[in-house]
Design a protein around this ligand. Structure first.
Ligand code: ASP
Length: 354
């Protein structure tokens, strides 16, 4: 009996060693190899939502918008593809759109009632839930950069007006002459509104007036997921044509215009800011995912197609979730938008039906 046991034990040891040998020296067959985790990242941008109709758009203008959206998203995508952070991708992508006169942000911002350009922007880091915002700045070429510096180089979240510009000076930002922000078509939009106001016994025209609704779009925003799994979102705007009394919209308000949380999603909004503030749009989408277990698409739809219109507002969002799913939801006739996934698949669209 003892002998038999020793015999079986020896055989057992031998088989064990053989298997060990196999696992260390023989290469594993493809089918045995543990799957390499697929790299997941993605980016989505908007250039504003509103009454954007094909019949009002020339082919050359449409091409110009699509080319700029393509350039912006491709550069953001490259940053992510090369292992860069979502914060860098968001900042750089927004810079390209801020520098283009096509969009209502940076160069190309709409005019206030008093004939100035007052810029708002915000950014949020989904990893740390840190955020930065500026409002009502008049001499900053790229407000999203200043928002990011508020987040990373100050102990505050939001600065406005002269104070925000003082902070920029302390960081040696170049102060732009206000003429930099002048664009003929935005100026003419304001003049048309002012003319119309004259016929209304000096009363300021409502944001609901089609003149305003049709001349405000072009806010820019971006949401991105990087290879490290970190989400970020940012938004930059000139606000709404004919705004006055230092009106501030949703774009610089964390939770309304911008929100990012690695546990859920990153969101950038565009539309009628007053309603987006009241509906806390960007955070609401994240909260519905977190507390109700909704998908990004379900949550975006609920907020943009139900909650915002129920209040009387309009606009849209772009968003990306922690798994790289993207939403581009809007309740207006159009929204300039584009997205690229980890495979490099590109979608660029303007109108609702496309
Ligand atoms: N949301 C911006 C604001 O209300 C405007 C826009 O996105 O068109 O200031």
């Amino acid at each position: 009996m003892g002998k038999t046991l020793t015999y079986f034990f020896a055989i057992f040891l031998l088989i064990g060693c053989k298997n060990e040998e196999k696992s260390t020296s023989e290469p594993l067959k493809t089918s045995e190899r543990p799957l390499k985790k697929k790299e997941n990242f993605g980016i989505v941008i908007h250039g504003g939502a509103g009454t954007i109709l094909k019949k009002n758009m020339s082919d050359s203008l449409e091409d110009a918008y699509k080319a700029k959206l393509k350039e912006a998203i491709s550069e953001g995508y490259e940053i992510l593809k090369n292992g860069g952070t979502s914060l860098d991708a968001v900042t750089h992508t927004i810079n390209l759109m801020e520098d283009s006169p096509l969009f209502n942000a940076g160069k190309g911002a709409v005019f206030t009632h008093e004939g100035f350009n007052e810029l708002d922007a915000s950014i949020m880091d989904g990893k740390t839930l840190n955020a930065g915002a500026v409002a009502g700045v008049k001499h900053i070429k790229n407000p999203i950069n200043l928002a990011r510096d508020v987040m990373q180089k100050s102990e505050h979240v939001m600065l406005y007006g002269n104070g925000a510009e003082e902070f920029a000076r302390s960081l040696e930002y170049k102060m732009m002459d206000t003429s930099y922000f002048y664009t003929q078509n935005r100026y003419e939009s304001l003049q048309r509104v002012l003319e119309k106001e004259k016929t209304k016994e000096g009363k300021q025209i409502s944001f609901e007036d089609p003149f305003i609704k049709n001349s405000k779009f072009g806010t820019v925003g971006c949401a991105a997921l990087d290879k490290q799994g970190n989400l970020a979102a940012g938004t930059s705007t000139g606000g709404m044509t004919n705004k006055s009394w230092n009106r501030i919209g949703d774009a610089p308000i964390i939770g309304a215009g911008t929100y990012a949380n690695n546990a859920t999603c990153a969101v950038s909004s565009t539309g009628w800011g007053e309603y987006f503030i009241r509906a806390v749009v960007a955070y609401d989408i994240s909260a519905m995912m977190e507390y109700k277990g909704m998908t990004l698409q379900e949550a975006a739809k609920e907020v943009i197609q139900k909650k915002v219109p129920a209040l009387g507002g309009d606009g849209g969002i772009v968003a990306i979730d922690k798994d790289g799913n993207v939403a581009m939801e809007f309740n207006t006739a159009g929204m300039y938008r584009a997205t690229m996934n980890a495979e490099g698949e590109l979608i660029i669209k303007i109108y609702k039906e496309e």
